[in-house]
Design a protein around this ligand. Structure first.
Ligand code: AMP
Ligand code: ZN
Length: 464
């Protein structure tokens, strides 16, 4: 597998620390508002990366944070806490806002057929971890207290700008973008690890710390959660390109200073989705969400299809015309596949020939556009339908475009999900009789429910 590494600015052979078990961290959403479809483009590319790794035989442990504290309106530690801003906007508490938008985000993830990462952790659940890291950074001389806050001293690390290709001037401008200088910092590039003093005294969530009651900076949460759940050696860290600086730059500085060795091998970033005015925004222009696309009659998977037809490393510009074109092409593709009846013998040679090509494309820095072209080639070919169906079934583990699902399958899926929800509610109300009845009813239809730590899943069994 080859992948572009922002750290080396090269497409590299992927050689993880952990051989077949890959540790992958992806920066999660700040749950102060709905995700826009630009945010979701980043998650689609990360989903494709995880599924590609699986397809190529790697076992992946993926962790994602939910930012519910510490992310200020400017990424460089100034402005109001985004969560607090969301809470004020809606006259709710920060906790209510976090819960509501985390649920919405889950729905978006489902609508786009993404896999919910195995480990998802809220920033507010790991304050002790951040405090421990900050204490160690202070001990080692990488951090200092000033004006009531704790800052990381960026001059203490050897190569602070390694991820940004040393475009120091640009980065310093980035730091100052729309921001008044923080006179407590020794160097303007320094960043906050812990706040006890900010201009916003009405911060809702605060915790005790050796430096006083306060709250963590945004960057420390990803280092803390990643190290706690994936260990000291991380294979892949992802995010959108805006995360390169300052967020990921700061994550590298503090993690490596804390650990005393190199931390993450591959930094993989997805390019942005823009709208006609340029950068996509939650506050200006039309706020493009999955719900809005649904309301306008689009299938969210047409948007996924649109993303897969472009390289994750190229800017994609959204327009309704482009989305309509994607929806037409996607519908036609599905219709064509639905006409394949399972006839002809399975041919292993044909299967291997096409599957090898598929692996070559997706393993070539996630060239999903070529993989989709290969799918069209396969459909046009004289390969037997049985072989085609088997290939499409396998490839859809990466595409996740429901290529073989009919409308009936989708409806059944919705029905089962609804029943699972009703059963959960019944269990919460301690109505175990109803919960059991729902389980039996589904089993009678050949659907077996399995309760796991992450929730209830189901599988088809022979009807009883
Ligand atoms: P946030 O919720 O603001 O922390 O952002 C969540 C993810 O979306 C991060 O990985 C960002 O890098 C990414 N992101 C933000 N804007 C865009 C965009 N226009 N296109 C693609 N990804 C984006
Ligand atoms: Zn992060």
């Amino acid at each position: 597998m080859k992948i572009y590494n922002t750290l080396t600015r090269k497409v590299e052979e992927f050689i993880p620390y952990h051989k077949d078990s890959v540790k992958m961290y992806t920066c999660g959403p700040t749950v102060y508002h709905f995700a826009h479809i630009g945010n979701l483009r980043s998650y689609v590319f990360e989903d494709v990366l995880e599924k590609t790794l699986n397809y190529l035989g790697y076992q992946v442990t993926r962790c994602m944070n939910i930012t519910d504290v510490g992310h200020l309106t400017s990424d460089s530690d100034s402005g109001e806490d985004k969560m607090l801003k969301g809470a004020k906007r809606e006259n709710k508490t920060v906790m209510e806002i976090a819960e509501f938008y985390t649920e919405q985000f889950k729905k978006d993830i489902e609508s786009l057929n993404m896999k919910w990462p195995e480990i998802v952790e809220k920033a507010t659940s790991h304050i002790d971890t951040y405090i421990e890291i900050v204490e160690k950074l202070m001990e080692k001389g990488f951090a200092y207290e000033s004006g009531g806050n704790v800052y990381f001293d960026t001059t203490k690390v050897e190569d602070y700008y390694q991820l940004t290709n040393h475009k120091v001037d640009e980065m310093v401008v980035g730091v100052r973008e729309g921001v008044e200088e923080d006179s407590f910092k020794r160097n303007q590039a320094d960043f906050a690890l812990w706040f006890t003093k900010s201009k916003f005294e009405d911060q809702e969530l605060k915790w005790d710390s050796p430096w006083g009651v306060g709250y963590p900076g945004w960057h420390i949460e990803c280092s803390g959660i990643s190290i706690q759940f994936l260990g000291e050696y991380l294979d892949i860290h992802c995010g959108g390109i805006d995360n390169i600086f300052p967020h990921h730059t700061n994550e590298i500085a503090q993690s490596e200073a804390y650990l005393g060795h190199k931390w993450c091998k591959y930094w993989v970033h997805g390019e942005h989705l823009n709208d006609s005015t340029g950068k996509m925004s939650k506050s200006k222009g039309e706020f493009l969400t999955i719900d809005l696309l649904k309301k306008k009659g689009y299938n969210p998977l047409s948007y996924r299809f649109m993303c897969l037809n472009a390289s994750y490393r190229k800017v994609l510009t959204f327009s309704y015309e482009a989305l309509s074109n994607a929806e037409n092409a996607y519908t036609k593709l599905k219709n064509k596949i639905s006409t394949l009846s399972e006839d002809g013998d399975f041919n292993q040679q044909d299967y291997d020939f096409y599957d090898r090509k598929f692996k070559e494309y997706i393993g070539d820095d996630l060239n999903t556009a070529n993989a989709i072209t290969l799918l069209y080639d396969l459909l046009k070919s004289d390969v037997s339908n049985t072989t085609k169906i088997k290939l499409i079934d396998m490839w859809d583990r990466v595409f996740s475009l429901d290529l073989l699902k009919t409308k009936d399958d989708k409806e059944l899926e919705e029905e089962v999900k609804q029943k699972i929800k009703e059963r959960e509610e019944a269990k919460q109300l301690k109505n175990y009789e109803l919960a059991d009845r729902i389980r039996e009813e589904l089993l009678g239809k050949g659907i077996k429910l399995i309760d796991t730590r992450e929730g209830t899943i189901y599988e088809f069994v022979n009807k009883m």
